[in-house]
Design a protein around this ligand. Structure first.
Ligand code: PEP
Length: 257
């Protein structure tokens, strides 16, 4: 982390879990375990139908609400879709785009990820743009090349002013939901490379200001070491974000110099 130049962010990705009625007891337990003075922004990205409840429930302990996906369209005959305007209207501050599960199961392409990020930025919502390699790509030494390509594609046509509102999440696919975490060295190496790619496009100052998160089986035990890396500015957390005490421990792990 480098709090001098950029925000530290701990974002939970609840995926398709929880219910509206479960939010109140979850937040009570989270609040009871959360450090009083937080050193980071805390976000919970819920299913779309729970965002509004999370906006209300999060006010008390300063937890922002986020979505997990957004439409590339503004409005119209797109059954099942949720627009950036709708997310803005209910108070979402962040939204994940390009999660590997959406790329894999819903055919989300790099072009769509880019279009989604732009729609969110137009409405003042911070996109959390996910990138990351498969196990096969890592084993074939293609990680840096592939991740650099994803970052460039996702940021295409986004100017330096809008970049300030973008968050990048490096999530190696082989580490998501598998219990296999990238080592802090592996995670740092790729996050550093992502910053170098951004530096080449936008220059040193904008690159220095972008928050880059690590995601992939981050938990209460490994968070401190991962967050100690200079280019890892927080975490995108799946499984452990469903356990309030563990999530609070990850938030507490940002209190380091
Ligand atoms: C994720 O889904 O973004 C994620 C990182 O999941 P997990 O923490 O469960 O690996």
């Amino acid at each position: 982390m480098n709090r001098k130049y950029r925000k530290t962010i701990i974002a939970g990705n609840w995926k398709m879990n929880m219910t509206n009625s479960g939010i109140k007891p979850f937040m009570e337990e989270l609040k009871a375990n959360m450090p009083k003075a937080k050193q980071c922004d805390v976000v919970l990205c819920t299913p779309a139908v729970m965002i509004q409840t999370m906006v209300k429930a999060g006010k008390d302990c300063k937890v922002a609400a986020g979505g997990q996906d957004v439409s590339i369209y503004d409005k119209g005959a797109y059954t099942g879709e949720v627009s950036a305007t709708m997310l803005e209207d209910i108070g979402a501050k962040y939204c994940i785009v390009g999660h590997s599960e959406r790329r894999q199961y819903h055919g989300e392409t790099d072009m769509m990820v880019n279009a989604k990020a732009k729609k969110l930025l137009e409405k003042g919502i911070n996109p959390i743009i996910c990138v990351g390699e498969s196990l096969e790509q890592r084993e074939n030494d293609l990680t840096m090349e592939y991740v650099a390509y994803q970052v460039k594609a996702a940021l295409s046509g986004i100017d330096a002013t809008a970049l300030r509102h973008c968050v990048i999440a490096y999530e190696p696919i082989w580490a998501i939901g598998t219990g296999k975490t990238a080592t802090s060295e592996q995670a740092q190496e790729v996050c550093e490379e992502i910053r170098a790619v951004i530096r080449k496009i936008y220059g040193a100052r904008p690159a220095r200001a972008v928050s880059i998160l690590y995601g992939g089986s981050m938990n209460a035990k490994n968070a401190y070491e991962l967050l100690a890396q200079p280019d890892i500015d927080g975490g995108l957390i799946g499984g452990a974000s469903l356990k309030p005490a563990d999530f609070a421990t990850i938030v507490a792990a940002t209190a380091q110099d």
